[in-house]
Design a protein around this ligand. Structure first.
Ligand code: AMP
Length: 416
């Protein structure tokens, strides 16, 4: 027990860090290029924020939250996603005060009590963006492109971008009614969850994992038959912009987000080889959310992508970078006096921004040389009696095995 982390969590080990940094660096570069600024919000919030901001009736809120009462008697929840938190921070800190568009990104741990399996964890990491304050469809296209460009710039292939529109408060009720009517005729064939969804949220039946393959779901009425002019034009414009940017996408009428504050564009990027957890990224517009959380009506749009799933996809496509060479220099010392000189050299090199290490186990020179080779260092810096007597150091290039003796004070120059 003591040596096992809780189910659904994972240590990220030094050998895996190169991959994480590779993804994180791409994220930072891309967000700078797209003009999104970083925000960091608390890992826990008042439970009510997620109940309102994600919505009761969703699996995340009803079944998957890590909720507890703190010592002050408050109900607290570990964030299962970050959109609600970002909107809360936007309102609390009046980030809207300057007017206009606010573009934010975040990375961090999210927590969901779900059944762990490949690509599904209880603590996982998301990168996400939120753009608040603008309803231009060009922003929808920008957000989709950002997600797409991230995955493409990492080298990933075989991705599928699916888009849909979920309408708005004006036209969606008509569609909901149409669906209710349609699914009522198939009531006996619905799974137990969908039977409940029929009244509360019939759109969610469309993306049910259990009922998904049934023919009557394929044949269900499509939202395009109910869209208002504004939603229709918005969606057409998003598609036009994506085409102009050369991005291939598929229309998927069954890509839905059931809650009322979701509006217009919904999208998902899938990578089929992830199996059951094929969604790499998902997002869309939520023009009703800021108001739901207590702000003035403010349009918003965002997406989130799972970093672990990106890493699985990178591994499958052999795109993970190799671990970096760890050190520039490994200092090898013979005897106690040499250790003092060596330690002094170690400190000086590090202060010159040169990565260096030495043996701390008082091993033999031979064993230290082996260790130096194993460490991936470019140079071994050898300090023996002779070197100490002449204030010099023997520098061995561990790639070519070439060796030379140079004055101690000139060592830093070989790294220039
Ligand atoms: P969502 O917030 O559910 O729209 O998820 C957005 C993305 O986060 C998904 O496409 C996944 O890449 C990732 N994700 C969601 N849930 C999990 C989980 N339990 N474990 C790992 N990644 C997840």
């Amino acid at each position: 027990m003591l040596t096992n982390a809780p189910r659904g969590t994972k240590d990220i080990l030094p050998a895996q860090i190169a991959g994480w940094r590779y993804v994180e660096n791409k994220i930072r570069t891309l967000c700078r290029n797209y003009g999104y600024e970083e925000i960091r919000t608390p890992v826990f919030e008042h439970t009510e924020l997620f109940q309102r901001g994600i919505g009761e009736g969703t699996d995340v809120v009803d079944k998957e939250m890590y909720t507890f009462t703190d010592r002050g008697g408050r109900s607290i929840t570990l964030r299962p996603e970050n959109t609600a938190s970002v909107v809360r921070a936007y309102l609390q800190n009046k980030l809207y005060a300057d007017g206009g568009l606010v573009k934010l990104f975040y990375t961090g741990s999210m927590f969901r009590y779900d059944r762990p399996q490949a690509g599904r964890l209880r603590e996982f990491h998301q990168f996400g963006v939120e753009a608040l304050g603008e309803q231009n469809p060009a922003l929808d296209a920008e957000i989709i492109l950002l997600a797409w460009d991230l995955l493409k710039s990492l080298g990933l292939e075989n991705l599928r971008l699916k888009i849909n529109t979920v309408g708005c408060a004006k036209c969606r009720p008509v569609y909901r009614q149409k669906l209710q009517h349609y699914f009522s005729d198939n009531f006996d064939d619905l799974c137990e969850d969908c039977k409940h969804r029929l009244n509360k949220n019939p759109m969610r039946i469309l993306d049910c994992k259990v009922d998904g393959d049934k023919e009557f779901i394929e044949d269900a009425p499509k939202i395009e038959t109910c869209l208002c002019d504004e939603c229709r034009e918005h969606f057409a414009r998003v598609q036009k912009l994506l085409k102009a940017a050369g991005v291939e996408f598929e229309l998927d009428a069954r890509l839905v987000r059931g809650l009322d504050y979701y509006t217009k564009t919904a999208f998902e990027i899938q990578y089929a080889e992830l199996g059951a957890q094929s969604a790499l990224a998902g997002g869309g517009r939520y023009d009703g959310l800021v108001e739901e959380i207590g702000g003035a009506p403010t349009p918003g749009i965002g997406f989130a992508v799972g970093i672990e799933r990106i890493l699985i996809a990178l591994e499958k496509q052999n795109l993970l970078p190799a671990a970096e060479n760890k050190f520039d220099a490994f200092i090898v010392t013979a005897g106690s006096d040499a250790e003092i000189t060596g330690f002094d050299l170690l400190t000086k090199l590090r202060r010159e921004n040169i990565s260096a290490t030495m043996d701390f186990a008082k091993r033999s020179v031979k064993a230290q040389m082996k260790q130096a080779a194993k460490s991936g260092a470019r140079f071994a810096l050898i300090l023996g009696e002779e070197e100490l007597a002449s204030a010099s150091v023997t520098v061995k290039n561990l790639e070519t095995s070439a060796q030379e003796k140079i004055p101690l004070e000139k060592v830093a120059q070989i790294f220039a």
